[in-house]
Ligand binder design. Structure first.
Ligand code: NAD
Length: 419
């Protein structure tokens, strides 16, 4: 029994067990690799617009400090609990190690329904969340970033709150900030762009013609919208898109730039078109060449996996596919090419790392340089995953995670028990 118990944490544990068995990691090393170094739970009281006080619960989990500071996003959503945040922190560790970043994984969040608070209350909550965390974070201890329900503006509030306590501007405490506040060019687009880049690479390997290919994207926030845009720009028809308000389908291909402008102005795809409305429950199983789940975890269970009709599954979200579904996909291995989440969506943390480096050096790069370096790292990690999968005859997810776990394990074994 652990404080993290819950379905998302169980999923991270089950995945780790598969990797640990594959790598023959001794039992007495496993808890040390898996269990988070620290977990912080805080209360965030804020004044509501009507003068009352509301208290929100917030979390931050720092998985390990073996390879450098911890790094990870901040989620504001009603589903947030300590188990979900711990699982996301663990996945961040394997992801950062896989792509070769000098970080351990972290994740944080606040349990809040964003539809129930005003912009002014959101600013108060964002600032309070950062303020309560000040004793536990720092540019060389734990660096945060956006995730579901958080955005550039909130990163700017985090950075500003931390900076005011230090008496100087500390841009390197947070990544995913606006470019006007020490952010990097190419970060806003980085995760979705990376998803599209890797999907395109796989399509080329599978000899799928980009101009007659189709894509379906679940989630139209930061990751989903830029992944859809990237695929659209590569020539694919994005035939369906869904978010928490519903789904849209157009067999001729949706106009993604126009839909992005709509979602930017209205906060969702709702109200874009009555004619194109589609049943969101069916979006994942539509026939298509590329499927991008880019919303939330555990949406592809064994039953959905059995019914998938895509050729490439490019996991934009963290943890969209359950271990049971993985087993189904393994049996269908010839049919569906999986790009696992810790590789597929790693463009976000890669460019966050570039932002941190630029902030520390106060030397800023052109966007072309940012994206070129992002793709280089993604391609290198993809090659390593593919080679490992082939050599060990293991699925892509096992290969990607094995590389990540091995690197963390090597760091722990040379340093000892502390980090
Ligand atoms: P976001 O808040 O910008 O967007 C989330 C999207 O998911 C929204 O369009 C929302 O409507 C949709 N959504 C929420 N609940 C849904 C539901 N029940 N059904 C369908 N759609 C639903 O978040 P984001 O930053 O784009 O993150 C999306 C996923 O990508 C998360 O799993 C996150 O952990 C992961 N991720 C994000 C980044 C990043 O840089 N932002 C990096 C790596 C991974």
């Amino acid at each position: 029994m652990t404080v993290y118990a819950g379905p998302v944490f169980d999923m991270a544990v089950n995945q780790f067990r598969v990797i640990a068995d594959h790598l023959s990691i001794p039992m007495d090393e496993r808890d040390r690799l898996l269990l988070p170094k620290r977990a912080i739970t805080i209360s965030c009281p804020i004044h509501r617009d009507d003068g009352t006080v509301a208290v929100f619960e917030g979390y931050r989990v720092q998985h390990h400090l073996t390879l450098g500071p911890t790094k990870g996003g901040t989620r504001f959503a009603p589903s947030v609990d300590i188990g979900e945040i711990a699982a996301l922190a663990i996945w961040m560790s394997w992801k950062c190690a896989l792509v070769g970043l000098p970080y351990g994984g972290a994740k944080g969040g606040v349990r809040v329904d964003l539809t129930t608070i005003s912009k002014h209350e959101l600013e108060a909550l964002s600032r309070r969340y950062m303020q309560e965390m000040i004793p536990f974070v720092g540019p060389h201890t734990d660096v945060r970033a956006p995730d579901m329900g958080t955005n550039e503006q909130m990163m700017a509030w985090f950075m500003d709150t931390y900076s005011m306590y230090q008496g100087r501007t500390v841009t390197e405490i947070v990544t995913g900030k606006p470019v006007s506040s020490g952010g990097t060019l190419g970060r806003l687009e980085a995760t979705g762009r990376g998803v599209a880049h890797l999907a395109k690479r796989v399509m080329k390997e599978l000899a799928i013609d980009l101009n007659s290919a189709t894509a379906v994207v679940q989630g139209f926030g930061n990751v989903g919208s830029y992944a859809a845009l990237g695929l659209h720009q590569f020539g694919l028809k994005v035939i369906a898109v869904g978010d928490h308000t519903g789904a849209l389908y157009d067999k001729g291909g949706l106009d993604i730039p126009v839909l992005m402008r709509h979602a930017g102005a209205h906060g969702s795809i709702a109200g874009f078109s009555n004619e194109l409305q589609f049943d969101p429950a069916q979006i994942l199983t539509l026939p298509c060449d590329v499927l991008v789940p880019a919303a939330m975890e555990r949406v592809i269970d064994a039953q959905v996996a059995q019914n998938l009709q895509c050729r490439v599954l490019a996991e934009g979200a963290n943890g969209p596919t359950t271990p049971d579904a993985d087993l189904v996909l393994e049996k269908r291995q010839d049919e569906i090419f999986l790009i696992p989440d810790i590789l597929c969506n790693s463009g976000g943390v890669v460019v966050s790392y570039f932002e941190w480096v630029q902030d520390l050096q106060q030397l800023f790069w052109e966007e072309e340089e940012v994206t070129r370096r992002e793709y280089h790292i993604l391609d290198r990690a993809f090659d390593q995953m593919a080679a490992r999968s082939k050599a060990d005859k293991i699925p892509h997810r096992t290969a990607a995670m094995a590389i990540g776990v091995e690197k963390v394990r090597a760091g722990k074994n040379v340093r000892g028990l502390f980090p």
